[in-house]
Ligand binder design. Structure first.
Ligand code: SAM
Length: 101
């Protein structure tokens, strides 16, 4: 999913060029994932889902650990402006999601 996002971009964007402007570069997302793995992170608080590049990388790390207590809390005040693209990508990837307003 993340590799595909990096290759073709999201299905919908706010405007042309927006994905490359706001999304974490995929190589940086790899670094983020590897850092979290190295630190054996169990709980991650993320501010800003956007198109979900960083969120998918964080989820990769948490799942790789396989710890049942792992949690990933994402706060995004403006996900609707991204046509919920990040939320949908996380859902498509099969992550168990809970939305709280
Ligand atoms: C640069 S994008 C995040 C990119 C994303 N982390 C990635 O790797 O693709 C910034 C995000 O922060 C969110 N945001 C901006 N202001 C915010 C605020 N005051 N509270 C919560 N989220 C906010 C936006 O909706 C947007 O999703």
């Amino acid at each position: 999913m993340r590799a595909n996002l990096a290759r073709v971009g999201p299905e919908v964007v706010r405007s042309e060029g927006d994905f490359s402007r706001v999304a974490l570069p995929n190589a940086d997302a790899d670094v983020l994932r590897d850092l979290l793995l190295q630190e054996e992170a169990e709980v991650v608080l993320e501010i800003g889902l956007a198109y979900s590049v960083s969120a998918l990388a964080i989820a990769e790390a948490l799942i790789s650990h396989g710890k049942r207590c792992a949690a990933h809390l994402i706060i995004d005040a403006f996900q609707d402006r991204f046509h919920d693209a990040g939320w949908k990508a996380m859902h498509q990837q099969g992550h168990e999601l809970r939305l709280e307003d």
